[in-house]
Design a protein around this ligand. Structure first.
Ligand code: PLP
Length: 462
C-alpha cells in the first residue's frame, strides 16, 4: 500500500513521461520568459503543458496527445475550440481591419444583448476581468466620494491593487475570523490594503458590523455572488438580497464580479439566476469566446458617471473590432437557450455519477452544477465560506488532476480551487471518460495507507 505522496510522485512521473516536448519547451522558455510561462497562473506541477491546437471539446499538446478539455482556459472557453461561428466572425472581421479605437456597430449588438440577459441597461468594454473589477471599484469610489471597499475572504477579483488583498492565503495566514487580516499582495502598499475590509462569504452579521463600524465611509462591496475560486460555494438563501439591502441602506454600491460566473453558469449569470440585480456587473472570461474581452454593466445612475465625465472609463483596445465581432457571435449565435439546456443535461449527468462513484468508495463528496460548470469536491460537507473550503484535501485534488491528465482529460491545474468547465461541444460521452478516470482514482484513494500529504499541507490553498 502506498501513501498519497508516493502515488502523487508516481503519477507526476507518468505525466512527465507523456510530455517530453512540453518539458523541453519549458526549459527553453525559462531562459527568456520568467518561470517559462506567460502568466504565473499557467505555472503548475509537475510541468506546464504546451498546447498545439484545439477543436470542439478537445485539445492536443505539442507531443500529439489528445485530451478532453475541461480546463477551458480557466473557464473562459465555453464555446468550444475553433467554434465555427466565432471563426467565421473573426475571419470576416480580420480582413476588414482590427483596430481603429473608434466604435464599430458590433459593440451595440453586444451591449444590447448583455442588457437583455443581465437586466442592467448600459455596458462598457475592456479587455480582462482585472480591468472590469478595477473600473467597478473606481466607479464606486468616484460616485460615492468614499474610499473603503468591502470584499469577500478568499475571493479572487483580479490583480489590480484595490482587490489583490488577502488572496490565496492558507489557513494560518488569515487572521481572526471576526476581523480577517488585510494582507496586500506583493508590490501593493499596506495603505492600499487598509482601504479594504474583508468579510466571510455568507455572513451577513459580519458585513453589518463592518458597515456599522465605518458609517459613511464605505463606497461599496465587490464580490462573486457564487464563490468560484474555492471549488463552488453558493450563497445561502436570502444572502444576496440581504447584502444588497444592507449596502444600499448605508449609501454604498453593490458590484457583482461575474467574471467567472457570467454566461457560464446561466445565460444571465448569477444575477438572472437568483434575480438579485446589483448596481454594477463585471464580466470577462467566457464573454469573448476565447478572445480577450471584458465588460462592465451598470444602472443608469452608475453609468451616468461615465456619461457626464465624473469617471473616464478608458482603454486603447476597449471595444476592439475583432473582440466585438467574436463576442457578438458568442452571444447571438452560440450561447443559445438550447446550448444551456444541453450543458445542464451533460453537467447534471457528470455531477451525479461523480458523487456516486466517490461515495461508493468511501470518499465523502459533494458538488454543484450550473450550466457549463461542474464542481466535484472531495468532502462530504459543503463549504459555507473560504475557511471551510481550506479543509478539503489539496493533495487528493491534485492527484485527481494528475490521474485525469494521464487518462486523457485536461482539468484546470489548480485542482482544488478550480472546477470543471464544459463547452457547447461536450457530450455525456466526454463526461464518461472523466468518470472512468475518477473511478480509478476512487479505488486508489480507498486503498491508500496514508491520506494526508506532506507536500500539500492541511489548510493549504493549493
Ligand atoms: C472572479 C474573477 N474576477 C476577476 C478575475 C480576473 O480576470 P483576468 O484574469 O481576466 O484579469 C478572475 C480571474 O480568474 C476571476 O476569477
Amino acid at each position: 500500500m502506498k501513501s498519497l505522496d508516493q502515488i502523487i510522485e508516481t503519477e507526476e512521473q507518468i505525466f512527465l513521461n507523456r510530455v517530453p516536448k512540453s518539458v523541453a519547451l519549458h526549459q527553453r522558455a525559462s531562459k527568456s520568459i520568467p518561470g517559462g510561462v506567460p502568466s504565473s497562473w499557467a505555472s503548475s506541477r509537475p510541468t506546464p503543458v504546451w498546447v498545439s491546437h484545439g477543436e470542439g471539446a478537445y485539445v492536443w499538446d505539442v507531443d500529439g496527445n489528445r485530451y478532453i478539455d475541461f480546463h477551458a482556459g480557466y473557464g473562459a472557453n465555453i464555446v468550444g475550440h475553433a467554434n465555427p461561428s466565432v471563426v467565421a466572425a473573426v475571419q470576416k472581421r480580420v480582413t476588414q481591419g482590427t483596430h481603429f479605437a473608434q466604435p464599430t456597430p458590433d459593440s451595440i449588438s453586444v451591449a444590447e444583448e448583455l442588457s437583455r440577459r443581465f437586466g442592467l441597461p448600459q455596458w462598457r468594454f475592456c479587455n480582462s476581468g482585472t480591468e472590469a473589477t478595477m473600473d467597478a471599484v473606481h466607479l464606486m469610489r468616484a460616485i460615492t466620494g468614499r474610499d473603503l471597499i468591502v470584499k469577500v475572504e478568499g475571493s479572487y477579483n483580479g490583480h489590480h491593487d484595490a482587490v489583490a488583498i488577502s488572496i490565496f492565503r492558507s489557513a494560518k495566514e488569515l487572521g481572526p475570523s471576526d476581523e480577517p487580516w488585510r494582507t496586500p499582495g506583493a508590490g501593493i502598499p499596506q495603505a492600499i490594503a487598509d482601504c479594504v475590509r474583508i468579510v466571510p462569504f455568507n455572513d451577513i452579521d459580519a458585513l453589518s458590523r463592518v458597515f456599522d463600524e465605518h458609517k459613511g465611509q464605505i463606497a461599496g462591496m465587490i464580490f462573486e455572488p457564487i464563490l468560484m475560486g474555492a471549488g463552488i460555494i453558493v450563497p445561502q438563501p436570502g444572502y444576496l438580497e440581504a447584502v444588497k439591502e444592507l449596502v444600499h441602506r448605508h449609501g454604498g454600491l453593490l458590484a457583482f464580479d461575474e467574471v467567472k460566473t457570467g454566461l457560464v453558469i446561466h445565460a444571465g449569470g448569477v444575477t438572472a439566476m437568483y434575480g438579485v440585480v446589483p448596481d454594477i456587473i463585471c464580466l470577462a472570461k467566457a464573454l469573448g469566446g476565447g478572445l480577450p474581452c471584458g465588460a462592465i454593466g451598470g444602472t443608469t445612475e452608475v453609468m451616468s458617471a461615465i456619461t457626464d465625465g465624473r469617471y473616464n472609463q478608458v482603454g486603447t483596445f476597449n471595444g476592439n473590432p475583432l473582440t466585438m465581432a467574436a463576442t457578438r457571435a458568442v452571444l447571438t449565435e452560440v450561447l443559445t437557450d438550447d446550448a444551456y439546456a444541453r450543458a445542464n443535461d451533460v453537467g447534471a449527468y457528470v455531477l451525479k455519477n461523480a458523487v456516486d462513484i466517490l461515495q461508493s468508495h468511501g470518499q465523502g463528496a459533494h458538488g454543484y452544477q450550473f450550466g457549463f460548470k461542474v464542481s466535484v469536491v472531495f468532502s462530504a460537507e459543503p463549504a459555507k465560506n473560504y475557511r471551510d473550503f481550506l479543509d478539503v484535501s489539496t493533495g487528493a485534488m491534485h492527484l485527481n488532476y494528475l490521474m485525469q491528465f494521464n487518462g486523457g482529460v485536461f482539468l484546470a491545474p489548480w485542482g482544488k480551487s478550480e472546477s470543471l468547465t464544459m463547452s457547447v461541444a461536450h457530450t455525456r460521452s466526454h463526461g464518461d471518460v472523466f468518470l472512468e478516470n475518477l473511478a480509478q482514482l476512487a479505488v486508489v484513494i480507498e486503498q491508500m495507507s496514508e491520506r494526508t500529504s506532506e507536500v500539500f499541507a492541511v489548510g493549504s490553498f493549493n
